[in-house]
Design a protein around this ligand. Structure first.
Ligand code: GDP
Ligand code: MN
Length: 419
């Protein structure tokens, strides 16, 4: 392997020849999608895209998971769209729901309502909290997932913009890669105010870990943060209590609320951070003893796309980390996403060189997209944004016009990764 995380191929490779190469073997791998019956149309969209751009040649199986049984309608539609085998799994209640003693407690209800009042995205949706918890610590234990060595996570309503003319599982294995991503962004601060504190307490508890933290860890800590905020200031807001975000319904008679701080503003992290720094300066007594240098810079691999080894998660360290997080209650007192948890957890296990940036995989989910720089239109526009992260790596890319590429706008995270 090399120092640099180069794309496996630039442009297209001849897929027929690739498949015939005696050195090539199909991998023990599957697509994994957690979804609901009513999302079937968006599921089909995703499948059409991945079949057309990749799986018609490679034929990897699909695993669909749901907290309820899939309907015959769902199964028929999904099966009709691929020649590959498809399996449907139900997640049992113990893996999906919060424990009964949590659900029945008064605190549980008020915690979710409170997140709603504070305008935290999906804050009051129990199902969303369950989904994040499931993907954080449980999906890889499901028998339909764990029987494979590799998985490629997909979601409803995803577009792939380029042909993937080679086998990413095989190339990752060949190049000693263990985790692959397409989008790297910052988390919404208000969803994870205490996640890193809980992480640090786990590291302390498991003392030998801190010495073994790989280089990937550096990507997720403030020592490498580029926000124009001094370390000391950052430490202040990071260590505020989890409910420091004001309820949006409160009319506090302070200057900064006279401006229009609508829900959108609070969901914007940079504003949230600035607000908290202000608030920390003037209002909240600081816990000086809690201040430590390393803090979370909110960077994370966007986990709705992942190509990775299943055993990255099902091991002693990651399982213990999830157990520790679960014990803190943060999956419901806050709205911890599985993406930052995967990233931070893997930061304890992997080195940077174990991670692969699939810059050649054009990808869109919700409003974020990444398109390699050699898309058939917009080439000139794209050139001026190219930072040299892999110009011309994609194969037959066709991307929507005039959309901003997340690679150029992912705050400091992409730059830190490449540094
Ligand atoms: P977002 O991408 O963060 O906005 O989250 P989504 O709503 O897309 O959820 C992530 C994934 O989990 C998607 O594949 C959803 O279909 C799935 N998902 C979310 N909530 C549930 C749920 O309550 N039940 C099931 N079966 N799937 C869910
Ligand atoms: Mn989604």
């Amino acid at each position: 392997s090399t120092d640099k995380d180069e794309p496996f191929f630039r442009g297209c490779t001849d897929t027929d020849l690739y498949l015939q190469d005696p050195g090539y073997t199909k991998m023990n791998a599957s697509f994994v999608m957690l979804t609901r019956n009513e999302e079937v149309d968006d599921v089909l969209k995703t499948m059409k895209s991945i079949e057309g751009h990749f799986n018609q040649w490679f034929g990897y199986p699909y695993v669909f998971l749901n907290d309820e049984p899939f309907t015959d309608h769902f199964k028929d539609q999904v099966q009709a769209i691929t020649n590959a085998s498809v399996e449907f799994g139900v997640i049992d209640e113990i893996e999906w729901k919060f424990p009964a003693e949590v659900r029945d407690s008064l605190l549980f209800k008020t915690a979710l309502e409170d997140q709603n009042d504070r305008g935290i995205m999906y804050g009051n949706m129990e199902s969303y909290h369950q989904m994040c918890r499931f993907y954080s610590g449980l999906f890889y234990k499901h028998p339909l997932v764990s029987k494979y060595e590799w998985y490629w996570r997909i979601e409803p309503d995803v577009d792939f913009f380029c042909d993937i003319s080679y086998d990413p599982f095989f190339e990752m294995a060949t190049n000693n890669k263990k985790y692959g991503f397409t989008v790297l962004i910052t988390e919404l601060y208000w969803t994870v105010p205490n996640l890193f504190r809980a992480t640090k307490s786990f590291i302390k508890k498991t003392a030998n870990l801190s010495e073994n933290l790989g280089t990937l860890w550096k990507l997720f800590t403030f020592n490498y943060n580029i926000l124009d905020t001094k370390d000391e200031e950052i430490s202040r807001w990071v260590n505020l209590p989890w409910d420091a975000k004001p309820k949006l319904t409160e009319k506090l008679m302070v200057d900064f609320l006279v401006e229009d701080h609508s829900q959108e503003n609070y969901e914007n992290d940079i504003e949230g951070i600035q607000y908290l720094v202000e608030r920390a300066r003037s209002k909240i007594p600081l816990m000086e003893d809690a201040i430590e240098k390393e803090e979370y810079n909110l960077c994370h691999f966007w986990s709705n796309f992942e190509i990775a080894r299943v055993d990255l998660f099902d091991n002693e360290i990651y399982n213990a980390y999830f157990k520790h997080l679960e014990e803190t209650g943060g999956f419901w007192t806050e709205r911890w996403g599985d993406a930052p948890i995967h990233s931070i957890g893997l930061g304890m296990i992997l080195d940077l060189e174990d991670v692969h940036y699939f810059r050649d995989i054009g990808y869109r989910h919700s409003s974020l997209q990444h398109c390699p720089k050699n898309a058939i239109y917009e080439q000139e526009d794209n050139l001026k944004f190219d930072k040299g992260y892999g110009f011309g790596s994609g194969c037959r890319c066709v991307c929507p016009k005039n959309e901003e590429d997340i690679e150029d706008h992912s705050s400091p995270c992409m730059d830190i990764f490449f540094e």
